[in-house]
Write a protein that binds this ligand. Structure first.
Ligand code: FES
Length: 127
């Protein structure tokens, strides 16, 4: 059983690319996912209508530039909620189409193959 703000969240070798795994029910459900070699952690419940965003899928968003050229932005993966397909930026938690919809994200890292999530910190925050 995990306790405190830092929890263990499984083994990175058990994660399938782009398929979140829901862990830590004791703290309300947190999903961890790996995409292009980077780990992400986020609240498993969607801020829209409490759908199971932790059972969604990760992908890179399509973007287009001013010339109309389309491509994908590998640096900004999104998770797609399976209920109404709202997308959330996994770096910031911000809703792609509705920036006021915010998915809580967490600091996540691995030591050896074990995944750790600090449930008190957002990504990129130290101290
Ligand atoms: S509940 Fe997630 S998009 Fe509606």
């Amino acid at each position: 059983m995990n306790a405190g703000p830092v929890i263990t969240a499984g083994n990175v070798r058990d994660l399938e690319e782009g398929v979140p795994s829901v862990v830590a029910a004791e703290v309300g459900g947190i999903a961890v996912a790996v995409w292009r070699g980077k780990l992400y952690a986020f609240r498993a419940t969607c801020p829209h209508e409490q759908g199971p965003v932790g059972c969604g899928r990760v992908r890179t968003p399509l973007v287009s530039d001013r010339t109309g050229t389309a491509g994908t932005d590998e640096s900004r993966p999104v998770v797609i909620c399976p209920w109404h397909r709202w997308e959330y930026d996994l770096g910031t938690g911000r809703g792609v189409r509705n920036p006021r919809a915010a998915l809580r994200t967490f600091k996540v890292w691995q030591e050896d193959d074990t995944i750790y999530v600090d449930t008190s910190k957002r990504p990129g925050r130290e101290g």
